[in-house]
Write a protein that binds this ligand. Structure first.
Ligand code: PLP
Length: 367
């Protein structure tokens, strides 16, 4: 029997009747953009994240991009980004016209290293993007305090961290604003693309509601050159159903992660995730590091166990960023992580028994 890396069909089978009913309701309403479902989801998600506002948008990349636009960050400005992240974080800065300035991660948590941020700040720096990679929050108090000292905005990339806690406080409400992704594979995933911004900043929320909708608050009155990036009614209706399950799903992820943590303990050639005492991660991904990563992946594949590399090539070595002239070796910590990481199967519908089989297969590889 094979263990796929992720199989969303099982989750959707479980929710099939509720999702179908939501589909029928939206279909019958005849209203597909900026309606009641979006308004309700925005209320419910803001309340979940413990923030004043939630603004639904088309996807996670747009969420991050529009936050920068709404703050007036653009050409000539610099945005500090983690060197170790999915490329979307960098692209958000580029879309706004700003330059992403990478800062290396902590090799234990894989998140941006707060101690290294200050050295990257210049008179052109306007914001810091903090990514909560793999579902574990970055050290937000340290990041916010540096930002406070230099008058910078702090934006959370919460695409992978729905429900994660930092010192008991929820991801999405830990900085000036946060971008969320509802890409299907995320902890809270739509049946297509979707995203949102959460913030306590009233003025920012007003600007974002215009920017996502052609720069318009009143129909056919366009105050600024906006974008078309809206979370549609169907996705909002599906997300409302899934949001009710999110905490339960995250608990299941934690149970599976602890099976991996305990089962894989003591393998000296394998580096397990390290969780600072202030973090309560939601395990969007369970990522281990191995110098023999590719062999390990092949071994697991031969036993029918699916794994994925998050991510194989760091943003600074992608063709998309040749303009920055960052050669191999220029960001060694991120490069080491990219060369060694492998994500094990982990989703709320993976059984405890299957997680045990993954543990046994890895132990066999190192035996
Ligand atoms: C998924 C993801 C995004 C982008 O989200 P989309 O909805 O795919 O645009 C941004 N940042 C990180 C860290 C992500 O994992």
């Amino acid at each position: 029997m094979t263990i796929p890396f992720l199989d969303l069909k099982i989750q959707h089978q479980d929710l099939r009747s509720e999702l179908t009913q939501a589909f029928n309701e939206v279909l019958d309403s005849g209203w597909f953009i900026q309606g009641n479902q979006l308004a309700l989801f925005e209320q419910e998600y803001a309340s979940y994240c413990n923030t004043k506002h939630c603004i639904g948008v088309g996807n996670g990349l747009d969420a991050l991009h529009l936050i920068l636009r709404a703050y007036g960050i653009g050409a000539g400005d610099e945005v500090i980004v983690p060197s170790n992240t999915y490329i979307a974080t960098w692209l958000a800065a580029s879309y706004a016209g700003a330059t992403p300035v990478p800062v290396e991660p902590d090799l234990l948590t894989y998140n941006i290293s707060a101690e290294l941020i200050e050295a990257a700040i210049t008179p052109r720096t306007k914001a810091i993007m903090a990514v909560h990679l793999y579902g574990q929050v970055a050290d937000m108090d340290a990041i916010n305090s540096i930002a406070g000292k230099y008058g910078l905005k702090v934006i959370e990339d919460a695409a992978q961290s729905q429900g994660a806690l930092y010192k008991g406080r929820l991801s999405g409400g830990l900085a000036d604003a946060a971008g969320h992704s509802f890409y299907p594979g995320k902890n809270l995933g739509a049946l297509g693309d979707g995203g949102a911004i959460t913030t306590n900043d009233d003025a920012l929320a007003d600007k974002l509601r215009m920017l996502r909708n052609y720069g318009s608050q009143i129909k056919y009155k366009n105050e600024v050159k906006g974008f078309n990036s809206r979370l549609d009614e169907l996705q909002a209706a599906f997300l409302r159903i899934k949001l009710k399950k999110l905490d339960q799903w995250n608990q299941q992820r934690k149970a599976l992660a602890s099976i991996y943590q305990q089962g894989l303990q003591g393998l000296t050639s394998l580096t397990l995730p390290s969780v600072p005492e202030w973090a309560d991660p939601v395990w969007h991904l369970y990522v281990v590091r191995s110098a023999r990563r590719d062999d390990l992946q092949q071994h697991l594949q031969s036993l029918g166990i699916g794994t994925v590399i998050h991510y194989p090539i760091p943003p600074h070595l992608q063709g998309a960023y040749t303009e920055l002239n960052l050669s191999p070796g220029s960001l060694p910590i991120s490069e080491k992580i990219h060369a060694e990481v492998i994500s094990l199967p982990l989703d709320p519908y993976l059984s405890i028994a299957d997680a045990g089989r993954v543990v046994a297969a890895i132990r066999q590889f190192y035996a």
